[in-house]
Design a protein around this ligand. Structure first.
Ligand code: NI
Length: 176
């Protein structure tokens, strides 16, 4: 396994619509393992493949992130089955270091995907899992949580980001 470089806000790959995975090859398995290692190293609770520069539809969520035990869920080619309700929940993103904002999301979601062995499954998420699934699936469509803020709020956050960059806070956010 290897820690890969996390693409930061401004990187074009974060804005691409990631491509479906046709076949789960050893390269894909390596990608998934590296995503886990990269996520752990950066102390994240989820990561999408395009955040490590690979424009493919794969993501990992650590469902145990709010407890003390790691519990990884891999989703390949995820698709929404159902979404309901609405909630305002605080989010951060490994690609947007040091920014945390409340984002409107559904309350409950159901997603269909392939697991890391290519087996189809469905997963229902509420609370933390709902937020993580919404956030990571958005990544695969080139959407960042900033896009879901009001234009006014987004402008404020963009100014904060510029300041962080100017002050060197984004130079090496996850030193190895
Ligand atoms: Ni993110």
């Amino acid at each position: 396994m290897a820690i890969r470089k996390i693409e930061l806000y401004g990187s074009p790959v974060l804005r691409e619509k990631a491509q479906p995975i046709q076949e789960i090859t050893p390269e894909i398995q390596t990608l998934l393992d590296d995503m886990v290692e990269t996520m752990r190293h950066a102390q994240g609770a989820g990561i999408a493949a395009n955040q490590v520069g690979v424009s493919l539809r794969a993501l990992v969520v650590d469902v145990g992130a709010h407890g003390d035990k790691e519990e990884l869920v891999f989703l390949i080619n995820p698709e929404w089955v159902h979404q309901e309700g609405s909630a305002l929940v605080e989010e951060g993103c490994l690609s947007i270091p040091k920014i945390y904002e409340k984002v409107p999301r559904p309350e409950k979601v159901r997603v269909r995907a392939l697991d890391r062995h290519g087996k189809p499954f469905e997963l229902e998420g509420e609370d933390f899992l709902c937020k993580a699934l919404c956030h990571e699936v958005d990544h695969l469509d080139g959407i960042l949580f900033l896009d879901r803020l009001t234009p006014l709020k987004r402008d404020v956050v963009k100014r904060k980001i510029k300041k962080l960059i100017r002050e060197g806070e984004w130079d090496d956010p996850y030193p190895t």
